[in-house]
Design a protein around this ligand. Structure first.
Ligand SMILES: Cc1cc2nc3c(=O)[nH]c(=O)nc-3n(C[C@H](O)[C@H](O)[C@H](O)COP(=O)(O)O)c2cc1C
Length: 359
């Protein structure tokens, strides 16, 4: 690798490559460990893991590698408010439940945010880094992670968010561009507005903060990694590229949808979870979004809870048209194979891209 950055030193990386946390099952212990063994660092997205499973999953990583890994959660979110007629949102998704042979859905109960308990479990995992998205961490949480020697990494989709994260004391910032698959990390201003492309976002964030910046969104190969480093990033965080690896835990129908998708076929939607997230356009997304008024899709995490049984059943039945197919705009560059082969391709591709640029 022709590049060594201070952040690579901090995170113990041979290659400036971070496998993104992918809550919902994509980031298996096998994937995280394979990335670590290949000289990158993998993150476990713990937001949707039952609290009692967090330690188990971390131990499964440890059983496979002695190298460092990271954990990730969502910052505390404001309690969602139910619209005056929540049955309208339920009615919109009900036909998909019937199609999958499920019981009719009902308005989900508002569960309290379990941030404190989730953080407490994550602090016991032995992870070397804690990353988070969709906000700032409360100061006591930052202190607790720091006391464990963890590297703290926040997510920004705008320069203002990056500056707020730096002020909060993070060690590094993921600059998440609009190309990125999965949930938008946006937390300041209009949640739907922060869709700035990676190419534009990374250098503006690099200029605005003094902590290391990690580029994320649409980066799929060595050319993308080299470009991000040239823009001033000290590493990249990649999600979609790892989702089609053999070790990734998403249903086969999801992997097939990524491998068949083209760059213009993803969109940012609230249909599955109530929060903007980028995924491959499918029938559920199109029908639920069509003519939807403000109350027709519940807020996060209520819409997520509402659609969960449908998504689980769709995964089991191989029905990609009812799955949340989170993926970034680089889908056409995705390929099959073990994570070790992807890591080797990424390292060689980055070196080749720098060779070309230098020559
Ligand atoms: C399936 C999926 C799940 C994701 N889950 C999380 C998550 O739990 N926490 C997080 O910080 N980012 C999450 N992300 C966003 C990634 O951190 C990253 O920003 C994104 O994958 C980068 O874009 P790319 O997919 O084009 O590489 C997720 C992305 C995907 C594709």
């Amino acid at each position: 690798m022709p590049v060594r950055t201070p952040l690579m030193q901090t995170l113990g990386l041979e290659h400036p490559i971070i496998q993104a946390p992918m809550a919902g099952g994509g980031d298996t212990p096998a994937l995280v460990a394979a990335v670590a063994e290949a000289g990158g660092i993998g993150f476990l997205g713990a937001q949707y893991l039952p609290l009692e499973r967090i330690g188990e999953v971390a131990r499964a990583v440890r059983a496979r590698t002695n190298r460092a890994f990271g954990v990730n959660l969502f910052a505390p979110q404001p309690a969602p408010v139910l619209p005056p007629d929540p049955e309208a949102a339920v009615a919109r998704v009900a036909p998909f439940f019937a199609e999958l042979g499920l019981e009719a859905p009902s308005v989900p109960a508002s569960a309290a945010d379990d941030f404190e308990d989730r953080l407490a479990a994550l602090l016991e995992t032995g992870a070397s880094s804690l990353s988070f998205t969709m906000g700032l961490l409360p100061e006591p949480a930052m202190q607790a992670a720091r006391a464990r020697g963890m590297t703290l990494i926040g997510t920004a989709t705008t320069v203002d968010e990056a500056v707020a994260l730096e002020r909060s004391g993070v060690d590094a910032i993921v600059a998440q561009g609009g190309e990125a698959g999965g949930h938008r990390g946006t937390f300041l201003g209009d949640l739907g507005a922060g869709v700035v492309g990676t190419m534009a976002l990374v250098p503006q964030v690099v200029d605005a903060v003094s902590v290391p910046v990690i580029a994320s969104g649409g980066i799929m190969d060595g050319r993308g990694i080299a470009a991000a480093l040239v823009l001033g990033a000290q590493a990249v965080q990649m999600g979609t590229a790892f989702l089609t690896c053999d070790e990734a835990g998403v249903p086969e129908a999801y992997k097939a949808a990524i491998l068949a998708a083209a760059e213009h076929q993803t969109r940012v939607t609230r249909a599955f979870s109530g929060r903007p997230a980028r995924g491959i356009v499918n029938r559920f997304m199109e029908i639920v979004e069509a003519g939807a008024g403000p109350g027709d899709i519940l807020g996060f995490p209520l819409q997520n809870a509402l659609t969960r049984p449908m998504r689980t059943a769709a995964g089991g039945q191989g029905k990609a048209d009812c799955l949340s197919l989170w993926a970034g705009q680089g889908v056409r560059l995705a390929g099959r194979g073990p994570a070790s082969a992807l890591m080797a391709r990424l390292a060689a591709g980055t070196a080749a891209a720098f060779g070309r640029a230098d020559g």
